[in-house]
Design a protein around this ligand. Structure first.
Ligand SMILES: C[S@@+](CC[C@H](N)C(=O)[O-])C[C@H]1O[C@@H](n2cnc3c(N)ncnc32)[C@H](O)[C@@H]1O
Length: 278
């Protein structure tokens, strides 16, 4: 870069530093903990939690005795994760800023387990992501990803589908994060990183959003604090379609709610659980 060129703004980083994802993460803690409980984590395991946010899965991993490094592109979420760790007095976990597409600060073969729940799927250059997560995992180790599935009828896929319909088209060359929810695409990406297809297992799993409030109040949280929805509302306002977007999302949140208590909301969402044996 010459001295006159300005560094390009990182749209991926800006999207997640927008708003405050910790407000959404607070509704996902129970599912995070239960997912971590299924990972067979033992004392002293070296775990990388990639796209860790404020630690919905990273903190339960540490509580089970793993040595955990949380890496996330968003500085505000790394700070929030480190604050939670301090409050909890945990000494076997720390969070730092990094990009799942380029983990040059991490040495080869450093981790027994790499976990990325709705995290690395949002990084640009998915083939680089697959190569990087394989590189930092020790032979005999595992990678576990949770990825939202395109066109799935449940909450998050539908939020992202509706939001995209109100947003300007993405820049040329943009690869949708949702492609990480397509079986053959996942196999192709790990294949290019040197992992044969028979070492990649794929299953459907469920995460539940639990909220002490109505579905409309939960939507208000997404509207105010969740980067992708915030951008969609801004684009819809600019084109005079904000009320249409609000009506579509209100209908979605209300239809998907399974709570029988009118004061609370519980929305299950399906995701693709990917396990890679390195
Ligand atoms: C939907 S949130 C999930 C956070 C966390 N895994 C959880 O379950 O609460 C997506 C996370 O991925 C992070 N992220 C997005 N792009 C990333 C990248 N290129 N490298 C690392 N983290 C990234 C975001 O900052 C955000 O914390």
């Amino acid at each position: 870069m010459s001295t006159t060129e300005q560094p390009q703004p990182n749209a991926n980083k800006a999207l997640w530093e927008k708003g405050d994802f910790t407000r959404i993460a607070a509704t996902m803690r129970a599912s995070g903990e239960s997912l971590v409980g299924s990972l067979g984590i033992t004392e002293g395991l070296d775990v990388l939690d990639l796209g860790c946010g404020d630690g919905t899965t990273a903190i339960p991993e540490a509580r089970l005795g793993a040595n955990v490094l949380g890496v996330d592109i968003a500085e505000n979420l790394v700070a929030a994760g480190n604050a939670r760790v301090r409050d909890l007095g945990l000494g076997n976990i720390r969070f730092q800023v990094g990009d799942a597409s380029q983990l040059s600060e991490l040495a080869d073969d450093s981790f027994d387990l790499v976990v990325s729940i709705f995290g690395a799927m949002f990084a640009p250059r998915p083939f680089d992501v697959a190569r990087e997560v394989v590189r930092v995992t020790r032979p005999g180790g595992r990678i576990v990803m949770g990825n939202w599935i395109p066109n799935d009828p449940t909450l998050v896929a539908q939020i992202l589908r509706i939001s995209a319909a109100y947003s300007p088209p993405p820049p040329e060359g943009f690869v949708s994060p949702m492609t990480w929810g397509v079986d053959d695409t996942v196999i192709e990406r790990f294949g290019a990183a040197g992992v044969p297809a028979d070492r990649v297992s794929l299953e459907r799993d469920t995460y539940t959003f639990d909220y002490e409030g109505t579905p409309s109040q939960l939507l208000a949280l997404f509207r105010e604090y969740y980067g992708p929805t915030m951008n969609a509302y801004a684009a819809a306002a600019a084109s005079g379609r904000e009320a249409d977007l609000q009506a579509e999302l209100e209908a979605l949140f209300n239809e998907q709610n399974t709570s029988t208590d009118p004061r609370t909301t519980s929305i299950p969402a399906t995701f693709l659980r990917v396990t890679v044996a390195v």
